[in-house]
Write a protein of this length. Structure first.
Length: 291
């Protein structure tokens, strides 16, 4: 299943294009340069995706459900959110490569992408992929056919990008939710993920024939591996989601503090100059759209 050279080449190409885009953005916007912490998040996300799709993890997915589950969680809950923090479409439009800039521009204004990113649809697609793939022939087919395995990875990563974009995505978007809705949106996905993990953990029989054969070859217990994979989905997969919820709550509190500071400054200004009406505080953006 491993495609190490292609994975490495793809990751290097993406990072090179991204670095070129960041460099051009810095030259064009010297007063408000692109935050390097966001560039670092993107690079880390691509590195995590490459680690998920390359050795030693990818070859192990042919033998262990636990490895396969870890691969999926790494793609959906770590790599995808980090990539979005780096504003990939915004930077791609600065890459200097005409074809890349054209594709990024079309994606940014795509009606299909806008419709797919509608939060209820994005949430439904994400949870359907998460639950449906583990309890349908797709999972077994991905284990037996490399092409289906690649398609499964693309499905997981794409669903995760759509899911996380309304929560932490920093590219321009038609869909922005307030902090309260974001918390509910993410929290509502947690039970689905937990139920999938619990169902896999509590199954009294092997769910995937491929792993039953692999366990027989290794001389190990297929159910022990299956239960460990279920625990990984159930508990380990919940930690990044909880971290996202805590981060959203912290951002919400910070936005409230900024609003309170604005009101306080406006009140002080009106006391110093009574003839000047206090300026209404500007409503802070849910997420900074810079750049």
């Amino acid at each position: 299943m491993s495609g190490t050279p292609l994975t490495v080449a793809g990751a290097v190409a993406v990072l090179a294009l991204y670095a070129a885009g960041v460099g051009r953005y810095q030259r064009r916007h010297p007063v408000r340069p692109f935050p390097l912490v966001r560039a670092a998040a993107f690079g880390t996300g691509i590195a995590c995706a490459a680690a998920a799709l390359g050795p030693p993890l990818d070859p192990l997915t042919a033998w262990l459900l636990t490895a396969h589950m870890g691969q999926h969680l790494l793609l959906m809950l770590i790599a995808a959110p980090l990539v979005l923090i780096g504003s990939p479409l915004t930077i791609a439009r600065q890459s200097g490569v005409r074809a890349v800039e054209s594709i990024a521009g079309r994606l940014a204004h795509s009606r299909v992408l806008r419709a797919a990113g509608f939060p209820p649809l994005a949430w439904g697609f994400y949870t359907a992929v998460l639950a449906g793939s583990h309890f349908s022939p797709l999972y077994e087919a991905a284990l037996e056919h490399p092409g289906v395995h690649v398609l499964e990875h693309a499905l997981y990563f794409g669903a995760a990008l759509l899911f996380w974009q309304p929560v932490i995505g920093l590219d321009p978007s038609a869909w922005r939710m307030g902090y309260g809705l974001r918390l509910l949106y993410v929290a509502a996905a947690l039970p689905v993920q937990s139920l999938v993990g619990l169902a896999i953990f509590s199954a009294g029989r092997p769910l995937y024939p491929h792993y039953a054969i692999a366990a027989a070859v290794r001389g190990s217990s297929v159910l022990a591996d299956q239960q460990a994979g279920g625990v990984l989905m159930w508990l380990g997969g919940g930690l990044p989601v909880l971290a996202a919820m805590l981060g959203t709550a912290a951002a919400w509190a910070a936005a409230d503090r900024r609003r309170a500071d604005q009101l306080e400054r406006a009140s002080r200004s009106s006391r110093i100059n009574p003839t000047q009406a206090p300026a209404a505080p500007s409503a802070p953006a849910a997420i900074s759209h810079h750049p």
